[in-house]
Design a protein around this ligand. Structure first.
Ligand SMILES: Nc1ncnc2c1ncn2[C@@H]1O[C@H](COP(=O)(O)OP(=O)(O)OP(=O)(O)O)[C@@H](O)[C@H]1O
Length: 443
């Protein structure tokens, strides 16, 4: 099989009916639309269909999340897209092409597939796992090696450190990152993700969700994502399909619309009692006005930084490394003790940090689990962007409760006047509020 064959997977351009948008972009790995037309699956020996007469358009470049009760047919519906399960009726088009007319192996090599726990081959190294599909596509080994590096970087794992490890030598979150890298290896236009983060702890899960959104911003794949977790659906989905028995579509809409106008009681059940609070999940950290904190860079004169911190009427500053990545909070007391220039220090692994893709809900969770009323916000390549204080989140909650969600604006009212409302770094939101000395304690 040639590389060009793979590149055309799911993409063969000019498709017929219903394939209008973006199918022509698939050569560069951008998403293609997926259309389900009256799709049915009846397992042998089962009286009821597992999936019955499902029709749905999944736009190119969007994340569509399937949620619904256990056994309703989410996985079956997803697996019919890459023909891991063959439909017994109906038609599935990928970029306008009927998948049933494609060679199934070739089709699957053009569709990234991520499952719970990564699904990595235990006897292959990380590099070999990621290079698997490029290998099958007969890429030159130098090109595959470059791609492995690039992808490890993209999912936040240092290639030199991780390439030659075996899956068992990785944490669950790292394995899942490798699973995502492997799915992206041949730059497929479509990714299918079946509860990929289901087995991870909440913090790791949040980080991987953020990574996925960041990667998606760059790559614009068409992603079908199955989850049991409605918050995850709201966070990740451009659209959510709420499914019932036999994959009947109860509602298929944007998260905001589903939260605001659930179609029926079953959707209300999914949305749950805290619908207003869940709207915090709709607001991204990158979409609110971040607060400022005093920052210092390794190598700066400690006394200058201390003076700057006092001028700003703060008690702490954030130490950044030479690439502007946050290292740790430093108190005035620590700054005063430091002689000369600020030395490089070990990163405080316990520091509360979220990415710009995180939601206000994530920021609140991070504050609650770290007991700090302020979280540091990082952007691309983990560089410092600003901070979010508990007041910002509280204000957003008040807005939601008063029925005025305010979108991505109006969230700084009463919060940002510099220190006018009482030195936000010294209150309960102080990162070292438990005692002035705690910032000095290694994690
Ligand atoms: N190989 C199979 N043979 C017979 N029935 C099956 C098979 N696989 C799934 N089913 C049935 O089809 C229905 C849909 O299963 P499916 O795994 O698609 O649901 P799901 O919504 O993904 O469930 P969950 O959320 O629990 O993973 C279920 O009733 C299941 O028991």
């Amino acid at each position: 099989m040639s590389e060009s064959t793979q590149q055309s997977a799911g993409s063969t351009g000019a498709g017929s009916a219903g394939s209008a948008d973006r199918s022509e972009h698939s050569d560069n790995g951008h998403g293609v639309p997926i259309d389900l037309r009256g799709v049915t699956k009846r397992y042998p020996g089962q009286r009821a269909a597992a999936v019955e007469d499902v029709s749905m358009h999944i736009p190119a470049g969007e994340i569509v999340v399937f949620v619904g009760p256990s056994g309703c047919g989410k996985t079956t519906t997803m697996k019919m897209i890459n023909r891991l399960i063959e439909p017994t009726g109906g038609q599935i088009l990928l970029g306008g092409d009927d998948v049933s007319r494609r060679n199934a192996d070739e089709l699957r090599r053009g569709i990234g597939y991520v499952i719970q726990a990564g699904g990595l081959f235990p006897h292959l190294t990380v590099g070999a796992n990621i290079g698997l599909v490029p290998g099958l596509l007969r890429w030159k080994s130098s090109r595959t090696a470059e791609r492995v590096e690039e992808l490890l970087d993209m999912v936040g794992l240092d290639p030199a450190q991780y390439r030659d490890r075996y899956p068992r030598e990785l944490s669950g979150g790292q394995q899942q990152r490798v699973g995502v890298a492997r799915a992206l290896a041949a730059d497929p236009p479509v990714l299918l993700m079946d509860e990929p983060f289901g087995a991870l702890d909440p913090i790791t899960r949040q980080h991987l969700q953020d990574e996925l959104l960041r990667i998606q911003e760059e790559l614009g794949k068409t992603i079908v994502f199955v989850t049991h977790d409605f918050d995850e659906a709201v966070k990740l989905g451009d659209r959510i399909a709420v499914l019932a028995e036999r994959s009947r579509i109860v509602q298929y809409d944007t998260p905001a619309e589903i939260l605001a106008n659930p179609a029926d009681e079953s959707v209300e059940g999914f949305v749950g009692a805290g619908a207003a609070l869940k709207q915090l999940t709709l607001r991204r950290v990158g979409g609110v006005d971040l607060d400022e904190a005093v920052t210092a860079t390794v190598g700066e004169q400690a006394n200058e930084v201390a003076a700057r911190t006092r001028t700003a009427d703060r008690e702490h500053c954030i130490l950044l490394d030479e690439r502007r990545r946050p290292v740790r909070w430093m108190s005035l007391r620590e700054l005063d003790r430091e002689q000369g220039s600020l030395a490089a220090r070990r990163r405080d692994e316990g520091m509360a940090v979220v990415g710009t893709q995180a939601t206000l809900n994530d920021a609140l969770d991070t504050m609650l689990t770290s007991s700090h009323g302020v979280v540091v916000v990082t952007g691309r390549r983990d560089t410092y962007q600003g901070v979010i204080r508990v007041e910002t989140v509280m204000h957003a909650i008040q807005e939601l409760q008063s029925g005025n969600p305010g979108g991505n604006h109006g969230n700084d009212g009463g919060l940002r006047p510099p220190a006018a409302n009482g030195e936000p770094e010294r209150g309960p939101d102080d990162p070292s509020a438990a005692g002035a000395g705690t910032a000095e304690v290694a994690p």
